[in-house]
Design a protein around this ligand. Structure first.
Ligand code: AGP
Length: 617
């Protein structure tokens, strides 16, 4: 993934780069680095690990300059050490490059360069780029006008690249200029007062730029202290009207909470209250109603937690609205999409709006629809917490979760927001088809209670889960069980635990346990089982009994009642309509994962090897 930022103008750039990188750290935190250029000088500083280490290095060994580039890395090619940190430089240390993406033909390019005598100093795919730019600069010198030399050299270098990339380049030979290019990876240009930027995402620009321009694939930008010029893939100047930069509050703080994740879990009651007001109490969204009117089936594309929300969504769409629905891993769909059926609504679900697999799957879907019906707008919808993201620009309709900035890498309040979005869609579809059925009415009533129930559950559960977490000190494996609409919650509970506590966990439909996973059970493997009254309540309890008979410690999530006495520990939720229950059963799942990880002293908000926005394949 990685985050890149570059800026040029009248100000010293190091403080700006550091601030922007801090806001991009959600994209990776394996290493960080920056480079500045001044006439005849290029200075580069890099550090392993989080940005704080780069700051420390800069305090001991400061650099100056009004033009610079910065990078925060999520390692793909090469270990997360200083050698492989960006910026990557050419042999003469005159050209510096930061890149987000993957250069798929880097091996071939590297071989070619090495045969010409170029010495590589890293294992990264990126390092080919500064070498190619340096070669192009040498070739073009004397033929290209000096003011256009760097742009032409970068254009010549990127012609040779295959893959997906967003990159920014500086050269000490032209310190009043930096060049940025995008291909299948996000890159925005930010326009401030006498200061110009490019960055992977808007948070890096907030407070620095008032307007933004989004680069399209193959386009290039030249930034100077006087402004920004845009070029298309053939090198022709293009014009694009800047859009105002939304004033989101990216200065989120933890308030009294120990971690952002805990704060964000607790914010779910507010997310629900805002949703009830916006989507339940207000008249139906007319444009969404129009999109849904003739839909005959729905296919959902997503990854990770967003896919779990999509599974809840598919259940609702089928059981509440009677619309056949299928959920696909976006990464699988993009290489094997099922045959396209008429009147199929495709929904892309991604909190970040930047997940490469989801965007690629949606793009494929868009292209094949366009090939079939060129003049019909594609029946496609996006669900995201970042309406200003690549997803927002790709699909014709977007449902904005409005959950507020989520800093914790493990998604929590955005997951709740995504599920709520599906309740909205399913209720609207159900009403369009069957009017106000008894089930629709019951569901709406249950949703009206949700903010208050969530708030109570959050407060009651926090302490319970903190105490329960002590018992997980030696735990190596956990099984999560759920059925029906709570099966995705079992998957999500297991994913949350894995992500932040590094404990192996698996989620299963409770009825599947006896078909294999039961072999894993003994007194060392706790089983977390979701049991909420509904058609499969008794079945879930029987499945839990089967686990208990194998000495597993049973942790139940469900209402307090005689039936739930079988659990060794019950994490109680209020009695609730089964179809609405995932919005509550998720709370103990998140809090348990959080407290287990916090108890182990782990970095809950930035767990190892992960990033909030996965912009590579
Ligand atoms: C969530 O906790 C995970 N970090 C991860 O599975 C995430 O849901 C996945 O990468 C998809 O992200 P998206 O919602 O931004 O597309």
């Amino acid at each position: 993934m990685c985050g890149i930022v570059a800026t040029i103008g009248s100000r010293e750039v190091v403080p700006l780069l550091l601030k922007s990188l801090q806001r991009l750290e959600y994209r990776g935190y394996d290493s960080a680095g920056l480079a500045t250029v001044m006439p005849g000088q290029l200075h580069c500083r890099k550090a392993e690990g989080k940005l704080v280490h780069l700051r420390e290095k800069l305090e001991k060994s400061p650099v100056a300059g009004c033009c610079g580039i910065g990078h925060t890395r999520w390692a793909t090619h090469g270990k997360p050490d200083v050698r492989n940190a960006h910026p990557q430089l050419d042999e003469a240390d005159q050209v510096a490059v930061v890149q987000n993406g993957i250069i798929e033909n880097h091996r071939l390019l590297r071989q070619g360069l090495e045969q010409q005598g170029v010495r590589f100093r890293s294992d990264t795919d990126t390092e080919v780029i500064p070498h190619l730019v340096a070669q192009a600069l040498a070739d073009l010198r004397g033929t290209a006008p000096p003011t256009d030399l760097l742009r032409q050299a970068v254009a010549r270098a990127v012609e040779q690249l295959e893959g997906a990339y967003a990159l920014a380049v500086v050269w000490q030979g032209q310190p009043g200029e930096l060049v940025a290019v995008r291909y299948n990876a996000p890159l925005l240009i930010g326009l401030g007062e006498g200061q110009f930027f490019c960055a992977s995402d808007t948070p890096a620009l907030a407070g620095f730029a008032s307007t933004i321009v989004s680069l399209e694939d193959g386009e290039m930008a030249r930034l100077t202290p006087l402004g920004v010029e845009l070029f298309d893939g053939s090198g022709q100047r293009i014009q694009r009207t800047p859009q105002p930069l939304r004033g989101d509050d990216y200065t989120a703080n933890k308030r009294h909470f120990r971690h952002f994740m805990l704060k964000e879990i607790h914010e779910q009651a507010d997310v629900a209250a805002a949703w009830v007001e916006r989507c339940l109490a207000a008249p139906a969204d007319e444009s969404l109603a129009t999109v849904l009117r003739n839909v005959q089936r729905v296919q959902l594309l997503a990854c990770g937690t967003s896919r779990h929300a999509a599974l809840v969504g598919a259940h609702l769409l089928e059981q509440l609205a009677g619309v056949p629905s299928s959920v696909h891993y976006a990464s699988e769909f993009r290489y094997a999409p099922p045959p396209l059926m008429p009147q199929t609504l495709t929904i892309g679900v991604t909190q970040s709006g930047e997940t490469a697999d989801t965007l690629a799957a949606l793009t494929i879907e868009m292209e094949r629809r366009h090939a079939l019906e060129p003049n019909v707008p594609p029946l496609m919808l996006g669900i995201t917490n970042r309406a200003d993201s690549s997803l927002g620009r790709l699909v014709p309709h977007v449902l904005d979760l409005k959950a507020g900035v989520e800093v914790g890498v493990a998604a929590t309040k955005t997951f709740l927001g995504q599920m709520l979005a599906f309740y909205g869609i399913a209720l609207l579809l159900a009403s369009q088809r069957h009017g106000a059925s008894a089930q629709v009415k019951a569901c709406r009533q249950a949703l009206e209670q949700l903010p208050e129930q969530l708030s109570r559950t959050l407060h009651a559960m926090d302490q319970c889960c903190a105490e329960l977490a002590h018992g997980f000190a030696e735990t190596r494996d956990v099984i999560y069980l759920g059925r029906g609409i709570n099966y995705p919650i079992a998957l999500e509970g297991a994913l949350k635990l894995k992500e932040i506590s590094y404990i192996h966990a698996e989620g299963y439909p409770a009825g599947e346990m006896k078909h294999g996973p039961i072999a894993l059970l003994d007194q060392h493997v706790p089983v977390v089982s979701i049991a909420t009254p509904g058609p499969v309540f008794e079945k879930v309890l029987s499945n839990a009994q089967e686990a208990k008979a194998r000495d597993a410690r049973l942790i139940g999530i469900g209402p307090v009642c005689g039936d739930t006495e079988i659990f060794d520990v019950l994490l109680p939720i209020p009695p609730v309509h089964e179809l609405v229950s995932p919005l509550l059963t998720i709370v103990p799942m998140q809090l348990l994962a959080y407290h287990v990880a916090a108890h182990r002293g782990l970095d809950v908000d930035q767990p190892r090897n992960l990033a909030k926005s996965v912009t590579v394949e």
